[in-house]
Design a protein around this ligand. Sequence first.
Ligand code: FNR
Length: 393
Amino acid sequence: MAKEDPITIDQVEAIARRRLPANVYNYYSCGADDQTAVERNRTDFDRLFVLPRVLRDVAEVDTSTEMFGHTYPLPIGIAPSAMQRLAGGEGEMDVARAAASIGLNLTLSSNSTTSLEDVMSINHEMGSTTPFWLQLYLATKLDLSIPLIKRAEGFGANSRAAAGYEALVLTVDTPILGNRVNERQTPLVLPKGLHLANIGNDYGQKAGKPTSNRTLMDARSAKHAREIRREIGDGANSASLTWEETISFLRQSSKMKIILKGVMAPEDAQLAIEHGVDAIVVSNHGGRQLDCAPSTIQALPDIVAAVRGRIPVILDGGIRHGSDVFKALALGADFVLVGRPALWGLAYDGRNGVETVMNILERELSRAMALSGAVNVKDVRQASMRRSVEGRL
Ligand code: FNR
C-alpha cells in the first residue's frame, strides 16, 4: 500500500477516521448536543480575512514566541485531551516525544492513560527543557487533589525526580459534563490494559461515587454517573466550586503557575486577574460543553480588551490551519493550543504523526505570515484584520 502523506490537517483527520474504531473517533470528534459549538469554532475562523501587505522584506520569518520567560519555536501548544492511548501507539508518550523533539508546550490531561511522571521523563530523557503543564479537574473535596498537585510539582511521595511541571491548568468549564450525544450513542469503554494513570490512586476509588448534587440532575442515573467519572474521574465532581476557595486552595498547595482553562466571558477574565491567576485559556472545551456558547475566536476580542495585556491570553478551539493561528494572534491571543489535531496525528502515525501535524501548522503559519507581510509574531499582532461581510464576528 502506498504511504499516505497528508499535507493538511483535514487529510490527517480523514486517515485517523478510517483507522480508529467508530466509538473512539466519535469520542474524540464529537461536541455536545447538536454539535453547533464544535462547528462554530471552525467556521468562524473562515469568516475572518487577513489583508496582505506587500514589499516588506519577508525573506526571514520568525514564528517563535515567549511565554513565562521561555522561548517556543511556535506560538502553538498541545491542549490536554483525555485517554490518548485510545488513539494507538504509546498515546501520551508519543505526544510528549513529538512535543519534546520540536520544543512545543504540552499540557497533559489529568485523565491521561500515562502517568505524569512517565510523560515528564520523556522530556528529560530527550534533553528538552520545554515546559510541560498539567491539566487539573478538582474534586469538591479539594484536599483529594493535593497528592496529584504535589506529584506534578515533583514533591509527591511516589514522585520520581522527573516530575516538575511549570503550571497547573485548572479546567473550569466542566462543573458537569456536557451532553455528548454521539458519545452516548456509541459508548466508549476503556479497553482492558488501559487505565487512568494519574487519578486512580489519589481520588479515585477511595473517593467513591460522585457526590450527590442537585445541579447534576441525572447523576442518579448510573449511566450518566459513569460518563462523568470517565471524563473527570471518580470524586472529581466540581459543580460547587467557587472562585475564592478554588484559587486560594491552589495557591496554598503549590508554587506552580495557575492557568484557568475555559474562560469565555470578559467578566470572568477580570475575575481571574483579580484572583491572581497567571494566564487564562479562552476555550469552550472544543465545543463539548455548552453547545450554545460562542466560538472561541468570537469570544476572544472582548476578553483581550478586558485583560489589557496584564496576563497571557491563550486560545483553543477549531484551529486547523496555520492561518487560524495567525488570526487568533492578530485578534490578541498570545498563544494557541490544538486539541483534536494532535489526536488525529497520533492515530495516523504515532509520534511522527503528531510531528507531521505540527509541521503542517508551522508551514502554513510561516507562509501566512510572509504572505501578509509579517516577519515575526509581534507583526502578526499588528496585522490588519478585516471582518466578514455579515460582521457577525
Ligand atoms: C478534550 N478536552 C479536554 N480538556 C481538558 O481540560 N481536560 C481533558 O481531559 C480534556 N479531554 C478532551 C478529550 C477530547 C477527546 C477532546 C477532543 C478534548 C478539551 C481540549 O483541551 C481543548 O479545549 C479542545 O480540544 C480544543 O479544541 P480543538 O482544537 O480540539 O478544536
